[in-house]
Design a protein around this ligand. Structure first.
Ligand code: ADP
Ligand code: MG
Length: 695
């Protein structure tokens, strides 16, 4: 007896080679097959007579083979199979390329179904090229004469093979138990699960396809929402230090800033302060465009935590960024005499100027002498012990995996107090539409900074064709002579050159010798020693270096207001979100900033994609565009793919179902917090591995 866990290799006609191919696309068990949904359908549902087909663009016919034979095209090393088929209305010529085996399968006199496109050729007349064929059989048609499912696959695994395999699972599909209670199904007009699964693969018609896809989307999204609720519940059951709001000192801090907080910064700060006062841990995402001023909001949270005599850990994705945060935050908190440490793999420092060895720094963290520790992954890799971590912050959180974030929290959970967690704050510049954030990060509370500090000019973005590059360099020279500075970003050209050292060095040489001989140019890439990087960034920040040539190591967070020009070479090699992040390095002062996107080629599609960068008013709009053009995986980066693989059919643009499932999940937990009233839902959730932000 086959069941859901049975390996596919036990189905009919699956040899070792096929099993290997199936594994390549992640299909090992029957269950995997069932949940391998088609990504589109070819509509061959209309069965025409041949005479009628000749007036159509595509369709299915049922015909008799009159003649079938192979020819070899020696020049093109190609085998062509030609057939003439007919029915009572007419006859038509069929051509297949490189499928010579067909003459063994199909014989003249045989009746077959053929589905495909109709070609009109001046010389050969009307013919069908490479149609699918199907020999009539009892269980009904799966390759022709219907909405034909098309699956993602490998080059060596045909659509026919996949369809054939999935048809063998239909018996099991029909026995699938429905985990959604009848009440919920009735309320939201959802069809039964087994029927939905059957129809998603082999739909009767468009109407049933729509119904089944709605049902399966609902399932996926509801499961995510249920998980989110579950995590929220778990968090409420944990204990965290209550951080009392220090009004006076916070006011003094805000007054000491060289600028006024924006409304959005105030609102977010307040949400965080309120959350820190709770007995259970905060689990919050602070979202805001690049340059919207998230750091200072985080510092307000840090300030209150330290004043309550708890420690804070602040993790950033790169050394450069960690160092910058170490400097800015030390400066911002100057008046409070806190001890602040920096820990990266190559560096350990303390703000009281004294040089410090790593071992000593670690000791000072464990005794609580150091109250705020800023650093890279080193914070989770090193043998750090905190005395009493009250707040963990992760900057540019999309650059970290779920596991890495979790590790930072777990670092601090002492063995005596298993139920204790620090408060947790994620900072993200990847703007995600609110509805999407509520799904993806539904286990997190959300604060949004949707307003830029005043006085910023919009960055002028230009797409530069190869012919215009010279003029652009001239313009850049003029701007630098006026006192400005420029970034030049190079893409990874040679894939073996992972850190981009080679590409950026070549570019450096060319620009230094030929284009900008009069200016001091710095070079930044991933293989430089920390000390060297630090020196270059420092020289750039102090305006000693005028032009910084770099790989994407400058991608996140760097803040150098006088740098108002950015050239991005090979811009088409970057995703929109990444370009947006890069461009965020400029436009940080009163001066007009310019971003030049150099193209290597002139594809229309590329231009259209990059155009979005010119027109989008803010990051949120761009995120929606990226979602539309490249799919969600691209926005959120691979790090988030753990989440995205939960979505096989639902899209983040399925707004109606997203909000429906969100409400449903809340109702379920309100009625029955431990899901006793919903045994089938409980069972389903228990079957899933609960990977969440917190575990
Ligand atoms: P991000 O949100 O990208 O992390 P930062 O926190 O680095 O942005 O802030 C970008 C720049 O804006 C910094 O130089 C910061 O000092 C400045 N800034 C932050 N808030 C304000 C404000 N309300 N008014 C003016 N400048 C601000
Ligand atoms: Mg930042």
């Amino acid at each position: 007896m086959i069941n859901l866990k049975t390996p596919i290799s036990q189905l009919t006609r699956v040899g070792k080679a096929t099993a290997n191919q199936l594994e390549k696309i992640g299909l090992k068990t029957i269950q995997d097959l069932i949940y391998h949904y088609p990504f589109r359908y070819d509509d061959y549902s209309k069965i025409f007579t041949i005479a009628k087909l000749k007036t159509q663009k595509s369709g299915t016919i049922k015909a008799k083979i009159n003649l079938i034979a192979n020819h070899r095209l020696v020049k093109k090393r190609m085998i062509i199979t030609e057939a003439i088929v007919s029915d009572e209305s007419d006859s038509i010529k069929i051509i297949w390329f490189n499928q010579g085996y067909l003459t063994k399968v199909l014989k003249s006199g045989q009746k077959i179904y053929l589905a495909g496109k109709v070609n009109y050729d001046d010389y050969y007349g009307i013919q069908m090229v490479n149609p699918s064929y199907e020999i009539p059989s009892r269980p009904g048609l799966i390759h022709t004469g219907r909405l034909v499912p098309i699956y993602s696959t490998t080059a060596r695994l045909s659509q026919k093979q996949i369809r054939f395999l999935i048809r063998q699972t239909l018996i099991l599909i029909q026995q699938t138990e429905d985990w959604l209670p009848r009440m919920i199904r009735a309320e939201h007009n959802l069809i039964g699960l087994s029927y939905a699964l059957e129809q998603i693969h082999f739909p009767q018609n468009q109407d049933w396809l729509t119904k089944s896809s709605r049902r399966l989307k609902f399932d996926e999204l509801l499961l995510i929402q249920l998980k989110n609720q579950l995590v929220r519940q778990k968090i409420k059951n944990r204990r965290a230090p209550q951080i009392k709001f220090k009004l006076k000192q916070t006011q003094n801090f805000v007054k000491s800033l060289p600028f006024k907080l924006t409304q959005a910064q105030k609102k977010s700060s307040w949400e965080i302060i309120k959350n820190l006062e709770k007995k259970y841990p905060m689990n919050r995402l602070l979202e805001g465009d690049v340059g919207s001023g998230k750091t200072v909001v985080a510092v307000i949270a840090i300030l209150n935590t330290l004043l309550n005599h708890y420690q804070t850990a602040y993790m950033a994705p790169t050394e450069i960024l960690s160092e910058q945060h170490f400097k800015t935050i030390s400066k911002l908190l100057e008046n409070f005499n806190f001890k602040i440490g920096l820990l990266t793999s190559g560096n350990s420092k303390i703000n009281t100027k004294a040089k410090i060895k790593k071992a000593e720094l670690l000791k000072k963290i464990s005794t609580g002498d150091i109250q705020l520790i800023i650093g890279t992954h080193a914070l989770i890799q090193e043998k750090i012990k905190f005395k009493n971590l009250g707040l963990a912050i992760v900057d540019e959180q999309h650059r970290f995996g779920i596991k890495q974030r979790a590790k930072l929290i777990q670092k601090s959970i002492s063995t005596e107090q298993k139920n204790y967690s620090p408060h947790f704050l994620s900072l993200a510049a990847t703007p995600i539409p609110r509805s999407v954030a509520l799904t993806l990060y539904g286990d997190l509370d959300l604060s949004i900074i949707d307003e830029m500090p005043p006085g910023r000019k919009k960055v002028i973005t230009k797409i530069i064709r190869p012919a215009k590059i010279k003029n652009t360099y001239q313009f850049v020279i003029k701007e630098i002579k006026k006192g400005r500075q420029a970034f030049i970003i190079c893409p990874l050209i040679d894939p073996s050159d992972k850190l981009g050292v080679k590409s950026v060095k070549e570019e450096y040489k060319k620009l230094k010798e030929q284009i900008f001989p009069d200016f001091k140019i710095g070079l930044l890439h991933g293989r430089l020693k920390t000390k060297e990087k630090e020196k270059i960034m420092k020289d750039f920040a102090q305006n000693k270096i005028k032009i910084l040539i770099s790989t994407t190591v400058v991608e996140v967070g760097i803040d150098i207001p006088n740098a108002s020009i950015m050239i991005i070479e090979g811009a088409e090699r970057f995703g929109l979100a990444q370009l947006y992040q890069l461009r965020g390095r400029i436009g940080r002062s009163q001066d007009q900033s310019y971003c030049f996107l150099f193209l290597e080629s002139e594809g229309e599609k590329t231009k259209k994609r990059l155009q979005a960068l010119k027109t989008a008013q803010n990051g949120f709009e761009l995120a929606e565009k990226d979602l539309e053009l490249r799919g969600p995986g691209e926005i959120f980066g691979h790090k988030q793919s753990g989440f995205m693989t939960d979505l096989k059919i639902a899209k983040l643009s399925d707004l109606e179902i997203i909000s429906l499932t969100q409400k449903t999940a809340q109702q379920i937990f309100n009625q029955s917090p431990n899901l006793e009233k919903y045994p089938s839902i409980k069972k389903k959730i228990n079957q899933l591995s609960l990977t969440t932000h917190l575990e």
